[in-house]
Design a protein around this ligand. Structure first.
Ligand code: PLP
Length: 402
């Protein structure tokens, strides 16, 4: 047995998040490799038939099949849980696999969900189009309005589902209020934390039950792989999520888990620097564009709430031009450095027009209700020198008459 770090959970749990990001969950093979091993295997072999029988009976620890366990994936799950301050985590193939699993694993026909109106397009599709096919009803509300959450509760409400800041309107949900309200009604809260990561916001510190991720975003952070994760209590993960996940198979591939493990090592550095850069770029844009929706600027109507629950503003903000789709597309086309791309959390600066991309499918009426106009643009600020980003934006804004 090689000497390894991170084996005594009583000690590892006391490590601070920046330490967890580098070391949390690490398990070493007999070779003592410093970087996590990549186990590209679908199955496992056994010393004898009795061993395999004991494992399947749950009497012997060990792996049986990579849909159920994989060492590389488990290292990632343990690390994400430790960084989140969660008891347990399970990784999924994509962020949407994580959201679908987090909802379907606990909902049945006859249940009701209250969901934030402002949300990632595919999350809205889950609540608006998928759940009703299985007899699960939903009410979508203005998630900034605490009273709206309260008013939407029905006797059969099982889940509150929201993201904060929301994509792309940057609406902020009062996590503590909404989670306390849910608890008093026996409702489970599922928070999509993709815009922040645990470095910037830990919803469980404010009472959230389940935190779900697109790890494609800040966790990988370098635009390489799709990945997802769901965090919760040990009991909820084992008894509610796992039976669904093990039998439906939305698993994360070991290679992608390994890439995200490498991403987590630099997550804190990236998330904090990208937030600083986003603040610098946001300050430049303020006054230059008619409307800016930026949780790090005092002009955001929920600035105080953002400050309370977020450690930094995050890399993403939106702004609205008066000239509609034509002017928004012209601005995108005038960029020389910032890429036209709909991803977020990447170390590269990316900009997209939500109405014609991420939120195209939901239709104009739902977009309008959500506050996504034709003049809205969303930017993910990367790790480039913010002065170069400002130069690029300045040039592009002049070109469209701003
Ligand atoms: C990207 C994203 C998702 C979906 O994640 P994928 O990894 O692309 O499947 C879900 N929620 C939010 C808020 C996102 O930004």
């Amino acid at each position: 047995m090689k000497r390894t770090t991170g084996q005594n959970r009583a000690i590892t749990k006391t490590w601070r998040p920046a330490t967890q990001a580098i070391r949390g969950g690490t398990v070493r093979t007999e070779f003592g490799e410093t970087s996590e091993a990549l186990f590209l295997t679908s199955g496992y072999s056994y010393d004898c038939a009795e061993d395999v029988a004991a494992r399947f009976a749950g009497e012997q620890a060990g792996m049986t099949y990579s849909r159920l366990q994989n060492p590389t994936v488990e290292m990632l799950e343990e690390r994400i849980a430790l960084m989140e301050g969660a008891e347990a985590c399970r990784a999924q193939a994509t962020g949407m696999a994580a959201m679908t699993t987090a909802l379907l694993c606990q909902l049945s026909a006859g249940d009701h969900v209250v969901a934030a109106r402002a949300a990632f397009g595919s999350c809205r599709w889950l609540t608006d189009s998928l759940l009703p096919r299985f007899g699960i009803t939903s009410t979508t509300i203005d998630s900034r309005d605490n009273d709206a959450w309260k008013a939407a509760i029905q006797p059969n409400t099982k889940v509150f589902f929201f993201e904060t800041p929301a994509n792309p309107t940057m609406d902020i949900v009062d996590i503590e209020y909404v989670c306390t309200l849910a608890k008093s009604h026996g409702i489970t809260t599922v928070v999509d934390n993709a815009f922040c990561s645990s470095v910037i916001q830990r919803p469980m510190d404010f009472g959230a039950d389940v935190v779900a991720y697109s790890a494609t975003k800040l966790m990988d952070g370098q635009g390489r792989v799709l990945a997802g994760a769901v965090c919760g209590t040990e009991k909820w993960i084992n008894e509610t999520l796992l039976p669904f996940q093990r039998n439906t198979g939305p698993n994360l591939a070991p290679f992608n888990a390994w890439v995200v493990l490498k991403g987590l090592e630099t997550l804190e550095l990236r998330a904090m620097r990208q937030s600083e850069n986003a603040l610098a770029v946001g300050k430049f844009m303020e006054g230059r564009v008619p409307t800016i929706l930026h949780p790090g600027l005092e002009s955001h109507p929920q600035y105080a709430l953002a400050k309370k629950q977020m450690k930094a503003c995050g890399p993403i903000f939106s702004f609205i031009l008066d000239g509609g789709r034509r002017q928004a597309h012209d601005l995108l086309n005038a960029l020389e450095l910032i890429d036209i791309s709909n991803n977020i959390g990447d170390s590269r600066s990316l900009m997209t027009h939500p109405a014609s991309t991420t939120h195209h499918n939901m239709g104009a009426e739902a977009r309008e209700a959500m506050g996504i106009g034709e003049g809205m643009l969303r930017i993910n600020v990367g790790l480039e020198d913010p002065l170069d980003l400002i130069d690029d934006l300045d040039r592009a804004l002049r070109k469209v008459g701003l």
